[in-house]
Design a protein around this ligand. Structure first.
Ligand code: MN
Length: 289
């Protein structure tokens, strides 16, 4: 199934019978305050505890035309957004990096950098610095846990999304260079792990203005999907809705205002994101150059 967030934190699934429609499952959740927008996390938790509940109830969920809604990032307020750097050999080569994910581990991005398939990437006022696209598979955690073994990791993965890890190149702290608002386009939905099976290779592709910039397979990950879940859970307790950005393959490059960047992951989904100049004030760490 494909799980979507839309409108004012409404959540549902793409109707498996007619993909032009959403089944709005918001009413299945106990009512809560509208903020923070965490209904998808609550729906994922419900699914991990009662996997048949949604399937049984779906037929009674209200129908909404997909074309009539604005899709949000399927998760916008997770407990954690973790990311693996330098996790493909060819990207390590192109960056001439001394780091490897299996040696240096992972980092965090600000959760507030997440943005949805309807939102543009806003370029900050960092004149003279390259803002790069990184095409990545996003893992969404279902059942939480700590010290999860690689063998058990698959039981903790709810599904996968397309994820672009937007990055300012430079010497500033990595977390800051990657944490501007809109620097983690995520979506267009979460495809559950039964539909997009991470145990078999997935091809990921990224275009800028229809020029293919990145294409690779998850079979070339240095730290694989199960080992990433195991590694992060050896440090932090994982919760439903936590997100892992799995690292970019080779072919990273600059984004400019006016570009359209398109990401597609086999069996997961596809989305096109506009790139626009934001209006942030000049930045002391990125002075004009
Ligand atoms: Mn990355």
């Amino acid at each position: 199934m494909k799980f979507v967030s839309f409108g004012d934190d409404r959540v549902g699934v793409i109707d498996p019978i007619d993909e032009r429609r959403i089944r709005d499952a918001t009413g299945l959740l106990p009512p809560t305050a509208p903020w923070p927008p965490q209904n998808m996390i609550r729906l994922i938790r419900m699914m991990t505890e009662s996997p048949d509940l949604l399937a049984d109830s779906l037929v009674n969920c209200p129908v909404v035309p997909l074309a009539a809604v604005r899709l949000n990032a399927p998760i916008s307020w997770p407990n954690k957004l973790m990311a693996f750097p330098t996790n493909y050999e060819a990207h390590i080569d192109e960056m001439k990096s001394a780091n490897r994910s299996n040696v240096n581990g992972f980092f965090l991005k600000a959760n507030s950098s997440l943005s949805g398939p309807s939102s543009p990437i806003l370029l900050p006022a960092t004149k003279g610095y390259s803002v790069h696209h990184e095409c990545e598979l996003g893992i969404v955690i279902g059942k939480g846990g700590r010290d999860i073994s690689p063998e058990r990791s698959w039981d903790h993965i709810f599904g996968y999304s397309c994820l672009i890890d937007v990055t300012i190149r430079g010497d500033g702290e990595r977390v800051m260079r990657k944490s501007f608002d809109s620097f983690t386009p995520f979506g267009p939905w979460i495809t559950t792990a039964d539909e997009a099976d991470g145990t078999t290779p997935l091809t990921l592709s990224l275009w800028v203005n229809d020029e293919l910039r990145q294409e690779a397979s998850t079979k070339d990950l240095i730290v694989g999907i199960a080992d990433m879940v195991a590694l992060v859970s050896s440090v932090s307790t994982l919760y439903p809705g936590d997100i892992i950005a799995t690292g970019t393959p080779a072919g990273v490059g600059p984004l400019r205002a006016g570009d359209t960047v398109r990401i597609r992951i086999e069996r997961v989904g596809e989305m096109s994101i506009a790139v626009v100049q934001g209006s942030s004030a000049p930045h002391i760490v990125f002075p004009p150059r």
